[in-house]
Design a protein around this ligand. Structure first.
Ligand SMILES: Cc1cc2nc3c(=O)[nH]c(=O)nc-3n(C[C@H](O)[C@H](O)[C@H](O)COP(=O)(O)O)c2cc1C
Length: 384
């Protein structure tokens, strides 16, 4: 499978506004829960260096909180102060130097903040965490509806707090630009603050931010517009949506199409189509989508077709032929890889080998490619 130039689509460059990704592979944002006070450290350098060496077109830094209370855990990265923004600059540079587009995900965890790191239990912070010095903090949401029975009850945000939040997204945008990022993704999924505004399951407000779908979409659209107003015109803006809640009475793909149309109007370029996360995993309403290879691709396809906007497919995409087929079928414009890249940070380079897009290892860093090409020739001779 290839396009008219003979290259597989997965390895065809994509230009969005003034930014060109060398291929269609995006490393999905992945929280490392390893920051101190929201600041990156040696682990982040190692992690990002590894992913950046893999050769993806875009590498998106993990969810970075625009307010300190917007962190999921004590270990989340932040971008709520200038010092935090400056600390991210070396990571953006590592990604750029490797030839990938440096991107960052801006986030607020909302009612899913004040949680334990996954390996400490993945639930709300408790006594065990307090003994470790990790105290819980006040959390906010559209309404006083907790994520699940055992979760903290959030404070319903006032309109003044909503205005402040929008300003904080705008300030984080300016910091992301100064830090050298060329692409922002808004974290609008997985049950975090923005998602909890548009989902009818978590938003019970009766003001202009709740009730009708139009009202529930007001905050995500305001955030996107504020970011666009503070982000250079030539830099792309992505929005990660939970395309469906996967829960009774929840948000559906048709709603995501409607949201995507509005986001497009305020300057969002790509909808990154994920799903779920609005309810605790233990909740009876948290059905979620049945998991299988590419289980969320249908959302990217429908949003792309009906909202006429570029989409990114994500979720259990692990094989190069699978990724290429998604693009060839016109289901999405970009392919996002998360856990597969933890397992194999060189996944994009291996995918290029599998699809015959880089037989001579010329896309690899010379330090490796020179040797690998010779090794391949030697192996081919042995195989004869
Ligand atoms: C370690 C880890 C951290 C994650 N952190 C984030 C995050 O910061 N923001 C986000 O939108 N999704 C996050 N996710 C979800 C992934 O971006 C991705 O959507 C999900 O893992 C499905 O893709 P996969 O099947 O390729 O892993 C995380 C996933 C993992 C495994």
């Amino acid at each position: 499978m290839s396009n008219t130039t003979g290259q597989p689509l997965l390895f065809t460059p994509l230009t969005l506004r003034g930014v060109t990704a060398a291929n269609r592979i995006v490393i999905s944002p992945m929280c490392q829960y390893s920051a101190n006070g929201g600041l990156p450290n040696q682990w982040h350098q190692q992690h990002i260096s590894g992913l950046a060496a893999g050769g993806a077109g875009v590498v998106i830094m993990e969810a970075s909180a625009v307010q300190d209370r917007g962190r999921i855990t004590h270990g989340d990265l932040g971008i709520w102060s200038d010092a935090h923004g400056e600390a991210l600059a070396p990571l953006a540079q590592i990604i750029r130097d490797s030839g990938s587009v440096p991107a960052i995900q801006l986030a607020h965890a909302g009612r899913k903040a004040s949680m334990q790191r996954p390996w400490h239990g993945n639930g709300p912070l408790d006594q065990t965490d307090a003994a470790r010095g990790e105290l819980p903090w006040d959390i906010v949401a559209p309404s006083e509806v907790p994520t699940g029975d055992e979760f903290m009850v959030p404070h319903a945000m006032t309109v003044a707090q909503i205005d402040e939040l929008v300003d904080d997204f705008a300030a984080a945008t300016i910091r992301a630009h100064k830090a050298g990022f060329d692409l922002i993704e808004i974290h609008g999924g997985h049950g975090y603050l923005i998602h909890s505004f548009y989902s009818p399951l978590s938003n019970l407000r009766d003001d202009e931010y709740g009730g009708s779908r139009e009202n529930r979409m007001r905050l995500p659209i305001r955030v996107a517009a504020a970011i666009r107003a503070n982000w250079p015109d030539d830099k792309p803006l992505f929005f990660r949506v939970s395309g469906v809640d996967g829960a009774e009475g929840g948000w559906e793909v048709e709603d995501s199409v409607a949201l995507a149309k509005e986001l497009k109007k305020v300057g969002v370029d790509v909808i990154d189509c994920s799903s779920g996360g609005i309810a605790a995993a233990t909740s009876p309403v948290a059905r979620g989508l049945p998991r299988g290879p590419g289980f969320q691709v249908y959302i990217a396809e429908q949003v792309r077709r009906e909202a006429d906007i570029a989409t990114q497919a994500v979720g259990l995409i692990t094989d190069a032929d699978q990724a290429e087929k998604i693009l060839q079928d016109g289901d999405a414009d970009l392919i996002s890889i998360a856990r597969e890249a933890l397992y194999n940070p060189y996944w994009p380079r291996h995918a290029a080998q599998q699809l015959g897009a880089d037989d001579a290892f010329s896309e690899w860093p010379h330090q490796y490619g020179w040797w690998l090409e010779r090794r391949a020739i030697a192996r081919a001779k042995i195989a004869k």
